[in-house]
Design a protein around this ligand. Structure first.
Ligand SMILES: *Cc1c(COP(=O)(O)O)cnc(C)c1O
Length: 396
């Protein structure tokens, strides 16, 4: 049970206004927890269910970093000297993925990979299912036309691959994008369907597949084995896979991600300046990621988090007055009862319960009261569910 006293109406109104202003200043992203704490110190945030990450993986990486860099004093080297060029990180990623290093383009977060790829390889007409992660349309150069393929709410925002391929043809797209699992709704397109899409679209100049949440997806309920279509770059020459390490490893502050694409494309990007864009910490992360011992431990943290998240989603589905869409990611998209404004609901959760969720009213392709809620640690999830139940029963 949340022990936070309800804030009186007047200060609550003031908080709402301040928050609204912060949100205006963050464009299509949410104000970070650090920004909110600085600008609205009277607000007590207990659980950040806006940020999407595996907290167990963060714990694991912190232990390693303590042992390797802090306890030994080697942190100084990481901060003082230039890190190796990106080829080193490409080597570690290659060890894990089995894909040759010349196919791998490490980036300062997947956002940088998306930016680089969308500006060079994705013109002139791009097909994009929405709602989705906004940089895919925001980073497109002015000369590129982005055609939105609207996912249907009645179908639970699921993507029908055949229908999407038809749309790609109809709008004459030269590039098609697929975010799998998708943000903000968490739908998952199975591997054989991804392959079908790639076969059908192999003549396009590029197909961009963002697998930033793929470590949370699975096809076998018992084994929870990792699924990925990365290896298909060796079979489909127009495929570009984008991968963020921020969410599954819980290290958004490190800024680490990569792209997988034809070696000629990697060379083109490297020649245009993306040679030294990883920080020392990101280089350290990829080095650690290359170690089998670390990955065995990560695998445990990954499975534990998936199990906890699945029970969290199941409990949320049982709450009356909200609709939870099918998800294979570490978050759920929630539709609120008629009459609610998503901003008001998110503010009630935040002010009365200290639970920060993502108001989705700014998302292209979502009309109606939607919020996105991340799964966190088991104890945090208990608090989120409590706040959800309490807020849903009050009604708009
Ligand atoms: C968060 C996110 C990214 C970007 O992550 P980085 O922190 O820049 O690595 C990319 N794609 C999707 C779908 C995301 O949600």
């Amino acid at each position: 049970v949340s022990g936070i006293p309800r804030i009186a109406p007047e200060p609550a109104d003031a908080i709402r206004c301040k928050f609204d202003r912060l949100k205006q200043g963050s464009g299509t992203h949410s104000p970070s927890i650090a920004t909110i704490r600085r600008d609205i110190p009277e607000l007590r945030i207990e659980v950040d269910a806006c940020f999407l990450s595996n907290p167990y993986a963060t714990d694991l990486f912190m232990e390693r970093l303590d042992r390797d860099l802090i306890a030994t004093g080697r942190l100084r080297d990481v901060l003082e000297f230039y890190p190796p060029q990106n080829y080193d990180a490409a080597g570690y990623i290659s060890q894990v993925s089995g894909i040759p290093p010349d196919f791998i383009f490490p980036g300062n977060g997947a956002s940088e990979v998306i930016q680089a790829v969308i500006q060079r390889f994705a013109g002139p007409i791009v097909a994009l299912p929405v709602p989705t992660f906004s940089p895919f349309y925001e980073f497109a150069p002015a000369a590129t036309q982005v055609r939105f393929y609207r996912l249907d709410e009645a179908a639970g925002f699921r993507l029908d691959v055949a229908d999407y391929c038809r749309f790609v043809r109809e709008c004459g797209a030269t590039t098609a994008i697929l975010v799998n699992p998708n943000n903000p709704n968490g739908y998952y397109v199975a591997r054989d369907e991804v392959r079908a899409l790639l076969s059908s679209l192999r003549d396009l100049s590029a197909v961009l597949l963002d697998e930033s949440f793929i470590h949370f997806a699975y096809e076998d309920d018992d084994s929870l084995d990792m699924v990925s279509s990365e290896r298909l770059v060796e079979e489909f020459s127009n495929l570009i896979v984008v991968k963020s390490m921020s969410k599954d490893f819980g290290i958004a502050g490190v800024r680490a991600g990569y792209g997988i694409m034809q070696p000629a494309r990697v060379q083109e990007l490297t020649a245009s300046g993306y040679l030294w864009n990883l920080s020392g910490l990101a280089d350290y992360f990829f080095r650690t990621y290359g170690e089998p011992g670390f990955r065995t431990q990560y695998e445990e943290a990954r499975r534990r988090f998936i199990r906890d998240s699945d029970s969290f989603f199941a409990e949320a589905r049982a709450i009356e007055g909200i609709t939870v869409y099918p998800t294979r990611a570490n978050f759920m998209l929630v539709c609120l009862a008629d009459g609610w404004r998503s901003f008001d609901f998110a503010m009630e959760m935040l002010i009365n319960h200290g639970v920060y969720t993502r108001d989705c009213s700014d998302k292209v392709g979502l009309e109606g009261p939607f919020i996105r809620i991340a799964s966190r640690s088991r104890t945090e999830n208990v608090r989120i569910l409590h706040a959800l139940r309490q807020t849903a029963v009050t009604g708009p």
